[in-house]
Design a protein around this ligand. Structure first.
Ligand code: FMN
Length: 401
């Protein structure tokens, strides 16, 4: 008897397309993911394999092609939807520095019933990747099926070993989940303890000063005191929020241009808002998402920024956006962030000309200039390095002034 995997492997070369089954590509549950779905009839597989292949050509005529395969087990009743984070090379194919401008993405779904293929043009796939394209057909909630990027280890398995392998991986995942849960609890406990101690110390200080019991003791038990900085005070801090990594990359390029002058490059999720006010100069990076919205991690800390004081501090902003995809809300989030800093006394530096950018409307334009550096990796990535270099040179002067 053939192992399920052997059967699946054999079917990879099969050309039979079961007429009663359908498969497709749709948007995933978050940006950077693609959704793959299947509605299968009479399929008894214990194991399904998904192969995503891309083939295309860039603006410069370079040919691109890549292939990824995943194994799923078990998919419930042949009704299947999984949101898959795209591997780095696939992201580069779609939205990287030299992305494909024409091409196709094919999705093969292989089970014991046969091979079912769906081919999509690049544009609609890109829309799905950006959470705008086709949504999953109704009645296909995400299946809690186990997924692995295919490995040589898996391909070499015999039927007798397959279940053991699957159980082993499931047990490993469960172990990892338990470990993460324990670590999370330990962290929460430690933060709670630190907050209690800080509140006790504050209460003791206030009691000593006024010889009255301090009301702040009531604050004991608050999970994390985010008004306490996590970083040592310094001169220049670069902070960014980034959902798919583009703003992070620009933050790192700014750091390599500025060298030692930068003390830290941090994701806003890694620090406390209080850190922002603990530096003489802060460079903040923010992408715009969901039609004019500030990136979610920045959105979460905006109320806390309102409570800080930036008098005497300088702030510079860089923003990422897509001028062709979102011409009416181009880099709008920069304005929302700058407004918060300026309201609390920060001086804005690093304003940047709008020449050479392709967009219709932006809240981030003041007196004919952008509030800071704008980087558009989707449409003008060939200019990114040059723009970063020139902006850093300008900033270094304005930081001194
Ligand atoms: C669903 C979605 C909505 C977006 N909305 C806007 C927008 O309103 N304005 C804009 O300029 N860019 C918009 N963008 C483009 C992003 O800002 C751009 O891809 C940016 O490089 C993402 O940066 P990050 O990878 O650091 O998150 C949007 C992108 C997606 C996928």
């Amino acid at each position: 008897m053939k192992s399920v995997l052997e059967k699946v492997n054999q079917l990879i070369s099969s050309t039979r397309t079961p007429s009663s089954s359908s498969v497709g590509i749709c948007r995933g549950i978050k940006a950077g993911h693609l959704g793959v779905w299947a509605k299968l009839r009479n399929d008894q597989s214990e194991l399904y394999r998904v192969i995503l292949s891309c083939e295309g050509e860039t603006k410069t005529g370079k040919k691109l092609s890549d292939q990824f395969s995943y194994t799923f087990a078990p998919a419930l009743g042949g009704r299947f939807f999984q949101s898959i984070e795209m591997p780095r090379t696939f992201k580069e194919f779609l939205v990287g520095k030299n992305p494909a401008i024409s091409g196709k993405v094919s999705f093969e779904f292989i089970g014991s019933e046969g091979k079912t293929t769906s081919v999509m043009e690049l544009r609609p796939v890109l829309r799905c990747y950006r959470l705008k394209g086709k949504s999953v057909p109704s009645g296909l909630p995400e299946n809690p099926c186990w997924l692995s990027v295919d490995s040589a280890e898996m391909a070499a398995l015999k039927e007798s070993e397959l279940k053991a392998y699957s159980d082993k991986v499931k047990a490993q995942l469960e172990e990892k989940r338990k470990q993460e849960e324990a670590e999370r609890k330990a962290k929460e406990e430690a933060a709670k303890k630190a907050a209690e101690e800080a509140a006790k110390a504050a209460a003791a200080k206030a009691a000593a000063a006024s010889a009255k019991p301090a009301a702040t003791a009531a604050a004991a038990g608050v999970a994390i005191d985010r008004s306490q900085p996590t970083l040592q005070a310094g001169r220049v801090l670069v902070v960014y929020g980034s959902s798919t990594g583009n703003t992070k990359n620009v933050a790192e390029s700014i750091k390599s241009e500025m060298g030692e002058a930068v003390d830290h490059v941090k994701n806003i999720t890694e620090i406390h808002p209080a850190d922002l006010a603990n530096f003489e100069k802060v460079i903040v990076g923010v992408p715009t998402w969901h039609i004019g919205e500030i990136q979610e991690d920045w959105g979460a800390v905006l109320p806390e920024i309102e409570a800080l004081n930036f008098a005497g501090k300088k702030v510079a902003v860089f923003g990422l956006g897509d001028g062709k995809g979102y011409p009416e809300t181009y880099v709008d989030a920069m304005a929302e962030l700058v407004e918060k800093f300026e309201k609390k006394g920060a001086k804005l530096v690093g304003m940047w000309p709008t020449d050479g950018y392709d967009f219709k409307k932006s809240k981030a334009v003041r007196d004919g200039k952008f509030l800071g550096l704008v980087i558009d990796v989707e449409n003008q990535d060939h200019l990114s390095d040059k723009r970063v270099k020139a902006w850093v040179a300008q900033l270094q002067k304005e930081f001194l002034g």
